[in-house]
Write a protein that binds this ligand. Structure first.
Ligand code: NAP
Length: 300
């Protein structure tokens, strides 16, 4: 039996792992894909205190080194449920079961889909979701980024140095993303922004050739070699609904110690109901929850 099981090995989960191990807890991280989470997709980080400039892969690798040096165990698998019996929590994956005295849910968010005609059909044939992963294939080509938040702007700024031309399609008449990013977009020579525009369809033959948008009631067709969809994320917490409270959008409700409505089950990072989702806030959440989980375990 573990003291603590952490579901998810992104920034919040790894930070919880570091603080759990340093509190003397026997901790396990269960991760679905690979340690790092969304961090692995960020090419440029300039707002993590103490680190002037880095990329997500480097930062995640350093965190992974830390948790491994501290002896945090890592298992790969997709969590399907948590069962609670007295104070013992059983975390079930598709192929396994693990028990612990406390659990921290740090399962992050899943990408939101555009759900327009052509998105699914051209996935992997011009439609993609991560510039740092797939941008390389669009060297000297035209890519259209869909979205108006900080992620979409960051993606467009990354692609402008690789691609000949970058379009941004945003449904509102102003961006939601950070001002510093908006300023950089406005200063970029090879980025064209289409505000108040909605994607109607992505078309092509074997690969993407065009994107059809609707602006001011009329349709416009833009030539493009790729479409990067970056329209935010949605929580994946339905599997926990019978044991903890979620808000109306499916985010986990926690108190100031990151404890959920179920004793000994904590939640941290992007998956919880909160206003600011940043690398630094995810790291902070994880540290607090691990310390509070250690205190909770002491009471058993
Ligand atoms: P986000 O802030 O939720 O923005 C999503 C964008 O997609 C919004 O502009 C939204 O439009 C648009 N959108 C949503 N659904 C859409 C649809 N069906 N069709 C068309 N457009 C749609 O998500 P994000 O940019 O991925 O950022 C997630 C979090 O990470 C945020 O808290 C952000 O601050 C943070 N982040 C920070 C940095 C940084 O610090 N540099 C970088 C990346 C991300 P509306 O504006 O009309 O709602």
């Amino acid at each position: 039996m573990f003291d603590l099981i952490i579901i998810g090995g992104g920034v919040a989960g790894m930070s919880a792992g570091i603080y759990a191990a340093r509190s003397g807890l026997k901790a396990l991280i269960i991760e679905k894909m690979g340690l790092a989470g969304q961090l692995s997709e960020i090419n440029n980080i300039e707002n993590y205190p103490g680190v002037v400039r880095t990329d997500g892969f480097t930062l995640a690798s350093e965190m992974e080194k830390q948790i491994k040096e501290l002896g945090v165990e890592v298992q790969y698998g997709e969590v399907t449920s948590i069962k609670i019996e007295n104070s013992i929590k059983t975390v079930c994956t598709k192929n396994n079961e693990f028990q612990a005295k406390a659990v921290i849910i740090a399962n992050g968010l899943e990408r939101r889909k555009l759900n327009c005609k052509g998105e699914k059909e051209f996935f992997g044939k011009g439609v993609f979701y991560c510039g740092i992963c797939d941008g390389f294939f669009y060297r000297n080509k035209t890519v259209t980024v869909v979205g108006g938040g900080s992620s979409a702007l960051t993606e467009a700024l990354y692609l402008k140095d690789i691609c000949e031309k970058v379009n941004i399609i945003h449904r509102r008449n102003e961006f939601r993303g950070e001002k510093i990013l908006v300023d950089k977009i406005n200063e970029s020579q090879n980025i064209t922004v289409y505000y108040s525009s909605v994607v109607k369809e992505i078309t092509g033959d074997n690969i993407v050739k065009e994107i059809i948008i609707e602006r001011d009631g009329s349709e416009e067709t833009l030539k493009t070699d790729g479409v990067l969809v970056s329209i935010g994320y949605i929580p994946q917490n339905e599997i926990f609904r019978d044991i903890i409270s979620l808000d109306e959008n499916g985010y986990i409700i926690v108190d100031s110690n990151f404890e959920t409505t179920s004793k000994g089950i904590f939640a941290v990072g992007d998956t919880i109901k909160k206003d600011v989702r940043q690398i630094v806030t995810a790291a902070s959440d994880g540290s607090v929850a691990a310390v509070k989980a250690a205190e909770y375990i002491q009471t058993l």
